[in-house]
Design a protein around this ligand. Structure first.
Ligand code: 13P
Length: 251
C-alpha cells in the first residue's frame, strides 16, 4: 500500500490576523485535488490564529494543525495549549518536538514523547520532528542522534495512521541550505529501519523532509522513495510557493 503524501505548512511565529485569513483562503482556493487523490495538506498557524484560519479553510481539502501542545490535558500551565483544546477547535494535526522547541525551550526526547502521547490521546495526528545539528553531522553522529530521537520521542503506541515523523536537519532550517538528496535518502532510510524495528507498522509511517524546501527543490526531494511529504517553513508563507510544493507532491 502506498503512503498518502502530506505537505505541512509551519507558519511559525509569523502573520497577523488579516494576512493569515488571506493566506489560508488563497491556499484553500488553490488546492483542488482530483477525486481519489490521497495527498494531504495541513496549515499550522500561530495558536491565536487557529480559529480564524480554521474558518478560512472550512469546506476545503486543507486541514488545520497546531505548532505545539502541552503534555497535560488541562491545568495550571500559563501560556500553554492542550492537545484536547486543539482537537476541540478543529485541528487534525499537531507538530511536536520541532528543533526550535527542543533548542529554545529545552524540550527533551521525553518531553516530546509525552506531548505526542497527549496528541494521540486527543485524537490528533502527531507530526514528531527529529534532526541533527551541524556539529552532530560533522562529528559523524547523524545516524545515532536520529535513532536516539526516534527511540525517545515516538510513543510505543504510535502507529502509521496517527503519527508522522519529520526529518529536519537543524542546519537546513531557514538557512537556504537544503540537504542533498543523498543525505535525505540516507537519513530517511535509517528512520524507516528504526521505525520498522520499533513498530509493527513502521513501514507505513509517513516520513516528511523539512529544511529550506522550495518549489525548485521539492520535486527531487519528494521523488525519493522514503520521502512522503514535506514540512515547509518560509515557503508556506507564500500561497504560490506553497501550492507549487503541494503540486510537486501530487506528481
Ligand atoms: P524553512 O522551510 O523555513 O527552512 O523551515 C523549515 C521548518 O523548520 C519547518 O518546520
Amino acid at each position: 500500500m502506498t503512503r498518502p503524501s502530506l505537505i505541512a505548512g509551519n507558519w511559525k511565529m509569523n502573520g497577523m490576523l488579516a494576512d493569515a485569513r488571506a493566506l489560508a483562503k488563497a491556499i484553500a482556493g488553490g488546492h483542488r485535488p482530483a477525486a481519489g487523490n490521497r495527498s494531504d495538506v495541513v496549515l499550522c498557524p500561530p495558536a491565536p490564529l487557529l480559529l480564524a484560519v480554521g474558518e478560512a479553510l472550512a469546506g476545503s481539502a486543507v486541514a488545520l494543525g497546531g505548532q505545539d501542545c502541552h503534555a497535560k490535558p488541562s491545568g495550571a500551565f500559563t501560556g500553554d495549549v492542550s492537545a484536547r483544546l486543539l482537537a476541540d477547535i478543529g485541528c487534525r494535526y499537531v507538530i511536536v518536538g520541532h528543533s526550535e522547541r527542543r533548542t529554545l525551550h529545552g524540550e527533551s526526547d521525553a518531553t516530546v514523547r509525552a506531548k505526542a502521547e497527549a496528541a494521540l490521546a486527543a485524537g490528533l495526528i502527531a507530526i514528531i520532528c527529529v534532526g541533527e545539528t551541524l556539529a552532530e553531522r560533522e562529528a559523524g553522529a547523524t545516524a545515532s542522534v536520529l535513532e536516539r530521537q526516534i527511540d525517545g520521542s515516538v510513543p510505543a503506541a504510535a502507529a502509521a495512521a496517527t503519527t508522522v515523523v519529520a526529518y529536519e536537519p537543524v542546519w537546513a532550517i531557514g538557512t537556504g541550505k537544503v540537504a542533498t538528496t543523498a543525505q535525505v535518502a540516507e537519513a530517511h532510510g535509517g528512520l524507516r529501519r528504526r521505525l520498522a524495528r520499533n513498530h509493527a507498522d513502521g513501514g507505513e509511517f509517513r516520513l516528511l523532509y523539512g529544511g529550506s524546501v522550495k518549489p525548485d527543490n521539492a520535486g527531487e526531494l519528494l521523488a525519493l522513495p522514503d520521502v512522503d511529504g514535506a514540512l515547509v517553513g518560509g515557503a508556506s508563507l507564500d500561497a504560490g510557493q506553497f501550492l507549487a510544493i503541494v503540486a510537486a507532491a501530487r506528481g
